[in-house]
Design a protein around this ligand. Structure first.
Ligand code: NDP
Length: 498
């Protein structure tokens, strides 16, 4: 891999290899792995999958790396993470271009979200690294026995990413893992292999010892092998609920620690006292940003019947104005979906949806001049009466919004919670007490009042119910990548019963 020229402008240098083991780029021993630009369907890079021998080499390197890194002072770990954050920021455009090539997301998004949020995450966990402390625990008087706790790393963490926010997901997992003194083997989604390698490059340049951070490439079979490998202490997955079940099953024989960030079918509720224009903007962001490929999306938009028509009118007018097109053009707002098979899945929902609800806008495959072979779908709005239809129950992971009318708070709460998922929820209202009452009643791990899909690194992120186990981000992530050891200190010879 060396350089790629992309139609309509973007030119980017590719990473120096397909995988990264023990501080060095190289190519895996497995099959060729074509990397496709979703806007054109063209192969723009050729990588090679990692094989079992690569996994064993990565594990051996991570074992050595962990021995060094766990003994490294937390303040020194912090400096490495902070330097890597600065390196990512300094290469924002170059790495954002790679992210756009892999995902098809518009550069207008990747320039302001993907790399920047990854860098913010590294900075945040750099600051957390030196806060890992234990506790003095007194339990038997001033001069008697006492205890203390130590917070220690878990070992080698296997991190498995989804394709929608590849670099951000890699950072959300790797930064707390590294801050706590663990070693990492990261497997990005096979559709989006590149920016994990840029993170590896940044960490190496920042001074991370060899072997501490490794990247392997492959599909679900490599993910499963990582989960099953006896040397791996912890798995963190971002992916579908069905994959979460497989990962739990794979981790069970080894009783491994597991964090799961899974899918959702989240509610966004607009009360009749809300700022309607703002709520329309929130609903659009919650369904069309990243072409709808966001786990926390508010895909069931409940609107109070008194403002329903006004909301829908403004929503359709603003959706009509969205600009689809060349992802490398910074004026473009909507790019293609990530792959042909994902596009086919979303189109299947659009076709079936016509029989399940009233199509209000979109619903088709647009012709995008110059990008006819890309994986496009139109931003789509359905007015749904019967929310039991698959359109309104299943995660589509595309730009497909269901809008539903409701009459009162109790009713909408019950309907919003009537899902097996529980990742996110949002409420638009200017009634202060109602807003907080709803926050208490909604069964979701990540909630917003009068905004949507904002995920600052300081706040924990994760799901209730089938949307996951554990939390990423915030101080909570440090718990997820460390374990507590209790130490009992005898101050005098014990009185044994034998
Ligand atoms: P998948 O579940 O298909 O894949 C996620 C990752 O798991 C990929 O790297 C995949 O490899 C790997 N994988 C697949 N099978 C296995 C297995 N048996 N064992 C171990 N690893 C495996 O999800 P997508 O990549 O399609 O991403 C979309 C999903 O991710 C949506 O459901 C979305 O809601 C969810 N998501 C959740 C987020 C959250 O934080 N809650 C954030 C973003 C997305 P490969 O793809 O290479 O085959």
């Amino acid at each position: 891999m060396n350089t790629v020229t992309v139609r309509a402008g973007g030119i980017s240098a590719l990473p120096a290899g397909s995988q990264f083991i023990d501080g060095a780029f190289g190519h895996g021993g497995g099959e060729p792995m074509p990397d496709v630009y979703p806007a054109t369907g063209e192969v723009f890079a050729e990588l090679r999958w990692s094989d079992e021998a690569d996994l064993d080499r990565a594990v051996a390197a991570a074992r050595r790396g962990h021995e060094t890194w766990r003994r490294t002072a937390p303040s020194a770990r912090a400096r490495v993470l902070a330097r890597a954050a600065a390196i990512l920021r300094s290469r924002n455009r170059e790495i954002a271009t790679l992210e756009t090539l892999d995902t098809g997301k518009p550069l207008a998004e990747t320039l302001v979200v993907d790399v920047i949020s990854g860098a913010d995450c590294l900075d945040y966990f750099a600051a957390q690294a030196a806060t890992l402390t234990g506790e003095y625990v007194g339990f038997s008087g001033e001069e008697g026995d006492w205890g203390y706790t130590r917070r220690e790393p878990l070992g080698i963490c296997g991190l498995i990413g989804a394709w929608n926010y590849p670099l951000q997901i890699a950072c959300w997992k790797a930064a707390p893992a590294l801050a706590c003194g663990n070693a990492v083997i990261l497997k990005p989604a096979e559709l989006t292999p590149l920016t994990a390698l840029e993170l590896a490059r940044a960490l190496k340049e920042a001074g991370l010892p060899d072997g501490v951070f490794n990247v392997l490439q492959g599909d679900g079979r490599l993910g499963a092998a990582l989960v099953a490998h006896p040397a791996i202490a912890k798995i963190s997955l971002t992916g579908e609920a069905a994959t979460g079940v497989k990962v739990l099953q794979g981790a069970a024989p080894g009783l491994k620690k597991v964090t799961l960030e899974l899918g959702g079918k989240s509610p966004l509720i607009v009360f009749d006292d809300a700022d309607i224009d703002s709520a329309v903007g929130g609903a659009m962001v919650a369904n069309f940003y990243s072409t709808g490929q966001v786990c926390s999306n508010g895909t069931r938009v409940f609107v109070h019947e008194r403002v329903f028509d006004a909301f829908l009118d403004r929503l359709v007018a603003r959706t009509r104005a969205l600009r689809l097109g060349d992802p490398m053009d910074e004026a473009t707002q909507i790019g293609p979906l990530v792959s042909a098979s994902h596009r086919d899945k979303v189109v299947g929902y659009l076709t079936a949806g016509r029989g399940q609800a009233r199509l209000v806008h979109g619903g088709g495959v647009p012709a995008v001049a110059g990008f006819e072979s890309g994986y496009w779908v139109e931003p789509t709005i359905f007015h749904v009466d019967d929310e039991k239809v698959p359109l309104c129950r299943e995660e589509i992971f595309g730009p497909v919004m269901s809008v539903l009318a409701f009459a009162d708070e109790d009713e909408v709460t019950q309907r919003a919670n009537a899902t097996g998922y529980g990742l996110s929820a949002g409420v638009y209202t200017n009634d202060l007490t109602r807003a907080h009452r709803m926050m208490a009643r909604l069964e979701a791990g990540t909630c917003w009042i009068n905004t949507y899909n904002v995920t600052p690194i300081e706040l924990p992120f994760g799901g209730y119910k089938r949307s996951g186990i554990g939390r990423e981000n915030g101080r909570w992530a440090m718990d997820a990548y460390s374990q507590v050891k209790s130490v009992y200190v005898a101050m005098s010879a014990p009185q044994y019963p034998y």
